[in-house]
Design a protein around this ligand. Sequence first.
Ligand SMILES: [Zn+2]
Ligand SMILES: [Zn+2]
Length: 445
Amino acid sequence: MDKLFYFQKAAEIPCSCGQTHHILTQKTMVDHSLIEQIPSVLDQLHLGKTCLIVFDENTYQAAGQKVETILNQEKYETIPLLLHHNSPTQYLEPDEATRYQVGAGLRYQPDFIIAVGSGVINDLVKFTAHRSRIPYVVVGTAASMDGYPSPGAPMLVNGYKITFEASPPTAIFLDLDVLTKAPLDLLQSGFSDLIGKTTANSDWILRNQLQEEYICHYSWDLVKEALQILLESADQIPQRKSEAVQALSIALLNSGFSMALVGDSRPASGAEHLVAHYLEMMSLSRGEKTSLHGLRVGAATLVIHKMYQRFLEEIDSIDWAKITSPHPVRVNKKILQEKFGFLYPSVEKEAIHKLTAPIVLTDSYKKPGFSNRLRKMISDKLFAIPDVEQALKRSNTPSTFEELGFPKSLVKDSFLFSRFVRSRITILDILDEADLLEEYVEEFL
Ligand SMILES: [Zn+2]
Ligand SMILES: [Zn+2]
């Protein structure tokens, strides 16, 4: 396991992409019996002696209580903050009410904040810490997503998911004794979130080749290596074997670091994340169950993967000129208003732009050898995991929308309409503008 690389300390990386990347997180640790080491690491980081510790009931049991006790023994003044779930679904949501709870803890004027949890708690504290210019560290309780070191915090604003820029944590502690005890579906969520990097990076290639969007191959190298390590341990996920949890944790960290390198979510989030976000927002707006982030991403990835495979087969017959020219489309404002309901005002600006302005592509598609080059570059990302379905099966991860409990009509809408929430184009935009999306959706759902 020594071969697993991750950024254990802050780094400055001059890169072949032309940028100098910065890893700002000063200390990242993945180990057994790590909680015991936290006070001495905090001493070295000089963050102060008064800290707000944020957890919910589950993460208090998993690690929060222990963190609090150990810090008190080492003369830290701790302010515990227990978050209450107030959403109609079973999960803590990063909404206005929960943000208010975290913000209220600031009246004790802590020197820094400790987030004890995984996705949502890390995001909430990252968001609050950034806004109030207080440093934060995270004690992860599950290898369930790749957001620990990322420079963004997805929040719900009036029910609509917006990712805010936010500074990464000063330190990340992933104690394997805690992570191996996390519920299996959280682990599987982390595993399938990673599977989605194949299609996310295919989308990035698409924009790079068609729109000359900036790309960083080093960030892909990090992700690719993570995927390969992970794949070797897929069978051990169901037993929550320590080695597999370690490989998964490091793979997720590296995916998170790839976002930190680039400064946004491009290396980690493409069409599969759009579909997953759409399902989440729409389910929440109806007061229905959402399932875990990574599981939604995994199910979406399987479908996008198949779409990409067919796209690569028929790439020579794609009508690129049509994509770039104004032409009648299947959607209009009224349909989008109907589909998005009370969320429509939040998506309107992006949506209307996509409806009215044709996609801008460079002339690259007119050049000889374009199809072959694009096919080769996308295949490199798409098949970094040769068989995504098999990988999810090996880890025993639920990977169909049916298993996750989403109604068929909502799933279909998620593939047809999620592209209207973000300006960055993906395979869904290309297919839709080429008049192929409905046909692909029919075939692969
Ligand atoms: Zn994700
Ligand atoms: Zn780079």
